[in-house]
Design a binder for this molecule. Structure first.
Ligand code: 3PG
Length: 423
């Protein structure tokens, strides 16, 4: 239970026309010429709230975004495969519309009967969403008479489809939102130390900012995945064609510092800070990989692969890329994780989608599983990784939220909560 949070059970939803805000930002892949959902965890997480709404005879209109389209429709980010998977999981027809606002949407909503479910098209196909357009917020607010907000993974964002609709309509949190908040808050109330954070993944622009907060919250931070490339680059270490996320500002109201600038600043700040974790284990506060698995390409046939240690990184061919942390790093990180009492892991440390590059993430997972630490994992990719290797149940809690769990644990206040708390 989250003290003060308004939930589904706090209001009467009988026969209501509900705008159900969820986070169906799920991985999709093309198989046999068709797009399919390759990990349905986030869809499954919404089922308890949806079932409750069906029991209450509601008309249900679902709103979400998927991926980061630049304000215009993109074939691979359409929600049709999501509607199909949802329909299979809820055992009911789910009508998918081709937009989230407009006359066709209005007509379809007016024709709804109790227990009908409509899934609106990706809200990020409208530029007005990321531009935080006030009129767009107003249009979205006509999609229901109240909001059930269950989109934990998107709850750290301040957009028309999050705070905009909550501001305009009576709103409560769904069961999934409540579960995520209460579990993460209780696990992190007083984290037992040593508290070790592992940060990887490819979405870096948001994570690197939260690193600042984790410097004071965590004892040691282990860096892996594409995030490490930024730290190497600012030190003048060769990274070849390794992935570096372009500077993107998804929060237009705030000024964002360049990723590389932030990496440089964090390195400077931590350069003389070491943490003693036991005999022979005096480690830097911010730990970077010692070696990598590098390859000529990230998938497809005839990939050439070699291990490259950072000391000898001049051997990295210009068009090769780092795709996983190497065995020396896995062993070093595992020795640190062994000492942890609390672990938070967000983002795989390699490109685990290709089997040749999953050893690093598997090594980290095994180290956490064999430690005695309370383990909290977050992020869509981390969750897909644990699901792929049937490891989910081995951790204390696997959150569906990536940026959301990271920001919540780093102590950031979520604007959506202003509207979901009892006043
Ligand atoms: C997620 O998958 O973590 C959410 O959908 C957040 O998406 P964003 O980082 O693209 O805003």
């Amino acid at each position: 239970m989250v003290i003060g949070l308004k939930t589904l059970k706090d209001i009467s939803l009988k026969n209501k026309h509900v705008l159900f805000r969820t986070a169906y930002d799920v991985p999709v892949e093309k198989k046999g010429g068709r797009w399919i959902v390759s990990d349905d965890t986030r869809i499954a997480a919404s089922i308890p709230s949806l079932k409750y709404l069906l029991k209450n005879n509601c008309k249900i209109v679902i709103l979400t975004w998927l991926g980061r389209p630049a304000g215009k429709p993109e074939e691979k980010l359409k929600l049709d495969p999501v509607a199909k998977r949802l329909s299979e999981l809820i055992h009911r027809k789910v009508k998918k519309l081709n937009d989230c606002i407009g006359p066709d949407v209005d007509r379809a909503l007016a024709a709804m009967k109790p227990k009908d479910i409509i899934l609106l098209e990706n809200v990020r196909f409208h530029l007005e969403e990321e531009a935080c357009d006030e009129k767009f917020s107003q249009k979205l607010s006509t999609l229901g008479e109240c909001v059930v907000f269950d989109a934990f993974a998107q709850s750290h964002r301040d957009y028309p489809s999050t705070t905009g609709i909550l501001k305009a309509l009576p709103s409560v949190a769904g069961f999934h939102m409540e579960k995520e908040l209460s579990t993460l808050q209780s696990l992190m109330k007083k984290p037992k130390v040593p508290f070790i954070v592992i940060l990887g993944g490819a979405k870096i622009s948001d994570k690197i900012e939260t690193l600042r907060s984790f410097l004071s919250l965590a004892d040691v931070i282990l860096i892996g995945g594409a995030m490490a490339h930024n730290f190497l680059k600012v030190q003048g270490i060769k990274i070849g064609a390794s992935y570096i996320e372009k500077d993107v500002s998804l929060t237009p109201k705030k000024e964002t510092q360049s990723i590389l600038q932030t990496a440089e600043e964090l390195l400077k700040k931590t350069k003389d800070t070491f943490v003693n974790l036991g005999p022979g284990l005096n480690v830097p506060k911010l730990v970077l990989p010692l070696d990598f698995v590098a390859a000529s390409r990230k998938d497809g046939p005839s990939i050439e692969i070699k291990n490259i240690s950072i000391e000898h990184n001049s051997t990295l061919p210009r068009d090769w890329m780092y795709l996983d942390i190497g065995p020396k790093t896995v062993a070093y990180y595992a020795s640190i994780i062994k000492k942890a009492k609390t672990v938070f892991w967000n983002g795989p440390v390699g490109y685990f989608e290709t089997d040749q590059f999953c050893a690093g993430s598997k090594g980290i997972a095994q180290a956490i599983i064999h430690s005695k630490a309370t383990s909290i994992l977050g992020g869509g990719d981390t969750q897909s990784f644990t699901k792929k290797y049937h490891l989910t149940k081995k951790f204390t809690f696997v959150s569906t939220g990536g940026g959301a769990s990271l920001e919540l644990l780093s102590g950031k206040e979520f604007p959506v909560l202003t509207y979901l708390m009892k006043s």
